[in-house]
Design a protein around this ligand. Structure first.
Ligand SMILES: [Zn+2]
Length: 384
């Protein structure tokens, strides 16, 4: 079975086009700021003709504006109008923040375009009469893209962001189900004991980063930040791919990084990229026809996955407790594997589907959950 899905390709633009893109970004900012001003003026008029301008209204207002610009074309201007109107409607504000073209508070460059305006030309791409070359061009072979944009990152490099439609074949995974506990010591631990090591890239690089910032090497520091981000993303991709290729049903805890980010664990939390991992599991799972669920993490650390009594370590204070023995049934647990098993069991007891359209799983009666726990016990005994 083939399921179509949209993925965004990010391709780095070759540096020879940066000058043009930087100049085009200023024109984009001017158009955006015009939209901001025009819609604010229309919404706050003192006579009775106040109006909340839509994207369509803004397109009409900016019609013919191309003659004032040297680089961007009508399609880019229309895209800006529509995006501006959407953003303003979502923010429910009379006015949005200006896009700043120069100085320290400069907005990162953004040049949107419509799908038909970007054309292939041999090994290169053409937009508005300008030729662009990108790295890894072969990734665009044979794909159909939708409207996209050129976007600049904090280092100053430009990227071509193109949503493309891909069809992925959904298969059946070799193994049944897995529960994943997202944690701090290890970023993720599965009910089978597989671990994604904590992604402490930020911590490792911290002293280097501090040294760079002290010496005023802002650009190098930004580069290092970007490298850290990429390494973290890469490790998450590998782990989520392994999970999706191995298991048919994937159940993840709903741990909130926002709540823990306020504690003194903040740095480790922000470093571990839970949100990213969960998102990847969801879209990759959906693509491959897996069932991916997010369940409440409540009591998953405290409950014994064997007998269900709340005998485990509790709260942030006992975060140091890695191994414990249930006083009720005497089974010893690894903290994270135990909670991953609880997550797996609770995924079978409540049937909310995140990925949407597949049939909701059969509601398992509590008796079967106990069977599941017994299966867990055998596994524990086999391990010890
Ligand atoms: Zn127990």
């Amino acid at each position: 079975m083939l399921t179509p899905c949209i993925r965004t390709l990010r391709l780095k633009v070759r540096p020879e086009s940066y000058g043009w893109l930087n100049a085009a970004a200023i024109e984009v900012n001017q158009t955006y700021n015009f939209c901001n001003e025009a819609s604010h003026a229309a919404a706050t008029r003192t006579d009775l003709k106040r109006k909340w301008l839509t994207g369509f209204d803004l397109c009409t207002l900016t019609a013919g504006a191309t003659e004032y610009f040297q680089r961007i074309g009508a399609d880019t201007i229309q895209r800006i109008c529509v995006e501006y109107a959407q953003k303003r409607a979502a923010a429910r504000r009379l006015k949005l923040r200006w896009r700043v073209s120069r100085g320290a508070r400069r907005s990162l460059g953004w040049v949107p375009f419509k799908a038909a305006s970007l054309k292939r030309k041999g090994q290169a791409l053409r937009l508005c009469g300008k030729t662009f070359r990108v790295f890894e061009r072969e990734r665009l072979d044979g794909v159909r893209w939708e409207q996209g944009c050129f976007a600049q990152d904090a280092v100053g490099d430009w990227w071509l962001c193109l949503p493309v439609e891909q069809s992925a074949e959904s298969t059946v995974a070799p193994q049944e189900a897995v529960g994943i506990d997202l944690g701090i010591k290890d970023a993720a631990v599965t009910s089978d004991g597989d671990r994604l090591e904590a992604l402490r890239f930020y911590r490792d690089a911290q002293s280097k980063l501090a040294a760079l910032q002290r010496r005023g090497h802002a650009r190098q520091a930004k580069r290092l930040h970007r490298r850290i981000r990429r390494r973290r993303l890469d490790a998450c991709h590998q782990f989520s791919r392994r999970m999706v290729n191995t298991y048919q049903t994937i159940i993840v805890g709903d741990v909130s990084s926002l709540k823990l980010a306020k504690t003194r664990m903040a740095k480790s939390v922000l470093d571990s990229g839970w949100g990213m991992l969960r998102m990847q599991l969801q879209y990759k799972g959906q693509q491959a026809g897996r069932r991916v669920e997010v369940v409440s993490e409540r009591n998953t650390t405290r409950a014994c996955s064997n007998c269900g009594s709340l005998t485990g370590p509790k709260g942030l204070r006992q975060l140091v407790v890695r191994m414990w023995v249930c006083v009720r049934c005497g089974v010893s647990h690894d903290r994270d594997v135990n909670s991953a098993r609880n997550i797996l069991a609770s995924g079978f007891s409540c049937g909310t589907s995140i990925s949407g359209n597949e049939p909701s799983p059969a509601q398992r009666p509590p008796s079967q959950i106990i069977h599941l726990r017994e299966a867990g016990e055998h596994a524990t005994q086999a391990a010890t």
